[in-house]
Each structure stands twice: as C-alpha cells, then as structure tokens.
Design a protein. Structure first.
Length: 302
C-alpha cells in the first residue's frame, strides 16, 4: 500500500517526518482510547456529553485554525467535505455515547472501532493489491486479535446487545468520518478541518440530546473538560494531523490500539474482567502495529 508520501519516503527528512507522524497516530489513538471511560463519569446525558466535548474544544480549534490559515477561508469544496465529515462524526458520537452506557467499556471501544477493519478492507480495495510480507502478517494478526476480543465480548449477556449494536453503528459512521477527513486534509490544515467538522457536529448533537430528553447542563465540569482536551484537542488533533501521511490500511490498524487500552482501563477502573483470550488478542494487535512499520521485500513500507 502506498500513499502520496511514498514518493519521498527514501529521503532522511521524509523518514523522520513519517516516524513522527506514526507516533502522532499512535498518540492520538491512546488519548481517544480513554474516551469511553470518561463518558461514564459525565453527569449529563451521553449525547449531551458529545455536545460539550465539541463545544468546549471549538474556541481553541478556531484559534488554532486562524493561526494556521491567517484568517483565509477554505475552498467551498473543502468546506462541504469537512462539514459532511462533521455530520458523520456527530452521528457517530451520538450512537457511541449511547452505547457506552449500555455495554462494557471494552465492548463499546472495540465495536466503536470496527472502523479499523472497515478501513483495512477499504485500503485493500483502493489499491487493488493484496498486501504481502510483513504487511500481510500484520493484517492477519490484527484480524485474528480482533476476532479473539470480539469473541470474548460475545459471551456478554443479552443486556449488552443494544450497546454493542449502537457501538457497531458508530464504527461504521466513524469510517465515513475518517475517509472524508483524510480527503479534505489534502486541501486544508488539520486544525481548520477539525474546527469545521466540530462546528458542524454541535447542532446535530444538541438537537439529538434535546429530543432524547437528556440532561444538558452538568454539575461537574471535570469529565467534560477532560473530554474536550483529551479526546477532541489531543486525540483528534494528532489523528487528523497524521491522516494524510498514511494509507487507510495503516490508519485502520492503529485504531485497534483503542480497544486494547480501553479493555485494560475498564479492568482497572470498573473491575471488568480480562480473560487470557482477551490478553492474547491485545498482544496480537500490538504485534500487528509493530509489523506494519517493517519493510517488506514484496512491497514498499506503508
């Protein structure tokens, strides 16, 4: 799999940039992996928590976007794509935040990141080439590890079914968001794309929260401020900055960091048990992330 940056991957500067970009991709996913945990502590409704996540982050995003562009507006095409991405993200947050409260933290994060596997499949279809060498082994380990994690989630009682289905819907919506943001990042900077998409998502989430009769105003602002800082500014900021430097396949595989970290966090904070199979699945996903960065004799490094 290759992307636009492949043509300069042989230069020392490009190699250094790609190393930093991969670190940003992983760092963004690490920050996002704790989102489900924080949503559990919010004393607003779950969708309302998404409203505040975007609203509290928006002034900072606008300031960064202004600095990034000098006040210049993006092209109408870029504006529409970023807005569309924001709508996908808003519905993703609504479905996922509702699901978080109706299933385990690990389940919600795993199924919510089904986008990882969808992006891998999309990357293969886009390139019309089957990955080989280390890349093929990485994909096998990622799918096998995810299957183990999902298989263990399936043992959960029927009480988790609605939450799991909502999280799966969120994963499909998140796939659309990532692909549209990857596309718009070819025209505008990371902060501009994130500011536009966040602004577009706020009205959708607010109307949804009001329609569901949720509590909008919190008593404790700490979880919501944490969501805005950790998930939207740091997590999404690093992810969106790194997006155009990698193929959908690599982006998809790195998303699998989130359910692994979330499973550990759920175990530590809420006492949600981890089986040996889940630990093995997490180890396989971690191995896939290492292998995907190794060179292959049959294919250029991603």
């Amino acid at each position: 799999m290759s992307n636009k940056s492949d043509s300069v991957d042989s230069t020392p500067v490009a190699a250094t940039v790609n190393r930093w970009a991969f670190a940003a991709l992983l760092g963004g996913n690490l920050a996002l992996s704790l989102t489900a945990l924080v949503v559990r502590f919010a004393d607003t409704g779950p969708v309302a928590a998404g409203v505040w996540r975007l609203s509290l982050a928006l002034p900072v995003l606008l300031a960064f976007a202004w600095r990034e562009t000098g006040g210049r507006l993006p092209s109408p095409r870029a504006l529409w794509i970023a807005t569309g991405a924001g709508l996908f993200f808003a519905f993703d947050l609504a479905a996922w935040h509702l699901g978080i409260l109706q299933t385990k933290v690990a389940n919600a994060t795993l199924f919510g990141n089904s986008a990882s596997l969808l992006l891998v499949i999309w990357g293969i279809m886009l390139s019309r080439t089957w990955p080989r060498g280390w890349q093929a082994l990485a994909i096998f380990l990622a799918f096998a590890g995810s299957a183990l994690l999902m298989g263990q989630s399936y043992e959960a009682s029927a009480a988790y079914l609605v939450g799991d289905l909502l999280s799966l819907l969120a994963g499909a919506l998140y796939t659309g968001y990532v692909l549209m943001m990857q596309r718009v990042r070819g025209e505008v900077g990371a902060w501009s794309a994130l500011a536009i998409s966040s602004g577009a998502g706020i009205p959708v989430l607010l109307v949804t929260a009001l329609a569901l009769g949720e509590t909008i105003l919190p008593h404790d602002w700490t979880p919501l401020l944490t969501l805005a800082l950790m998930s939207q500014l740091v997590g999404q900021g690093l992810l969106i900055w790194a997006l155009p430097r990698f193929s959908p396949l690599v982006v998809g595989l790195t998303l699998l960091v989130q359910p692994v970290v979330a499973a550990v966090a759920g175990w530590l904070v809420f006492g949600e048990t981890l089986s040996l199979w889940e630990i093995a699945g997490g180890a396989m996903v971690a191995a896939a992330l290492v292998l995907i960065r190794l060179p292959s004799r049959a294919a250029r490094p991603i």
